[in-house]
Design a protein around this ligand. Structure first.
Ligand code: CAA
Length: 262
């Protein structure tokens, strides 16, 4: 559809494919891209012809390399809070969409990229996919739901290891820890995603929606919105720290950060 600049939305055979397409920033999520994603999710929600959604990234290098650091570097606490809220709203909308969503992770899925995949129902990874929550290196924490969804999906031990160390996780380990559902050769990723989507699309939409809702609402007995509020306050608060400014400037200036613990 012509009115998107940073994503594409294609519908064929009852499957909608949303592709984040900002090659110059490895598909990083800036505010405009979040708005477009939100709009695309609204469109597929309303389209009765769509039964299953695939989310992927353009190119063969990145799914989504995170929230856009250049967009965040000059944000103050209010800006960080607004950006975090916008990210939460998009991920929540995707998670609550009453249609199955498959993430086809075709490369780097870092920070907001892993968080986008976590908001999907099933994660198919290419064999060169790399997941990670490297925010700690920027003086922040995951702000698009990662502290809550990674812990829910893979357990607190994996979430703490990944979020506190900032270490990346390659596709084979992502499979081991239950982050990815399957790993396939890069060249086969979209075919496999379409094959799985086609299978799901052959089932009844009402049962698909009920299954998704039952699993998510059951898991949400310890309310995710309460957890997301804790994350949002912590994420926004870090935008007032010198370390956050230093961490993001250092990334943009391509040097190591010099953190002062304040
Ligand atoms: N935001 C903005 N720009 C980004 C970006 C991001 N998250 N990730 C990559 N880019 C840009 C780079 O700045 C670079 O731009 P220029 O060509 O203009 O210099 C371009 O994309 C290509 O990236 P690299 O040259 O760095 O490519 P590489 O192959 O050497 O490394 C990479 C790839 C390991 C993914 C590296 O780009 C990287 O570490 N990116 C940042 C990952 C990150 O920290 N993500 C978390 C962001 S914070 C977040 O997501 C918070 C949240 O939860 C809300």
């Amino acid at each position: 559809m012509a009115d998107f600049q940073n994503i594409t939305l294609e519908v064929a055979d009852r499957i909608a494919t949303i592709t984040v397409d900002r090659p110059k920033a490895l598909n990083a999520l800036n505010p405009d891209t979040l708005r477009e994603l939100s709009d695309a999710i609204d469109r597929v929600a309303k389209d009765d012809g769509v039964k299953v959604v695939i989310v992927t990234g353009a190119g063969d290098k990145a799914f989504v390399a995170g929230a856009d650091i250049a967009a965040m570097v000059d944000m103050d606490e209010a800006g960080g809070r607004g950006f975090g809220e916008a990210g939460h709203a998009v991920m929540r909308k995707l998670e609550r969409l009453p249609k199955p969503v498959i993430a086809a992770v075709n490369g780097f899925a870092l920070g907001g990229g892993t968080e986008l995949a976590l908001a999907c129902d099933i994660i198919l990874a290419s064999d060169h996919a790399v997941f990670g929550q490297p925010e700690i290196k920027l003086g922040i924490i995951p702000g698009f739901g990662g502290t809550q969804r990674l812990a829910r999906k893979c357990g607190a031990n994996v979430a703490k290891e990944m979020i506190l160390s900032g270490n990346n996780v390659k596709a084979d380990r992502a499979l081991q820890i239950g982050l990815a559902n399957a790993v396939v050769p890069a060249a086969d990723l979209m075919d496999e995603a379409l094959k799985l989507a086609g299978k799901l699309a052959s089932y009844g939409a009402v049962a698909l929606a009920a299954a998704k809702r039952a699993i998510d609402e059951g898991l949400d007995k310890a309310k995710i919105d309460d957890g997301l509020q804790v994350e949002q306050d912590a994420f926004a608060g870090l935008f007032s720290t010198e370390d956050r400014t230093e961490g993001m400037k250092a990334f943009i200036e391509k040097r190591k950060p010099d953190f002062k613990d304040r």
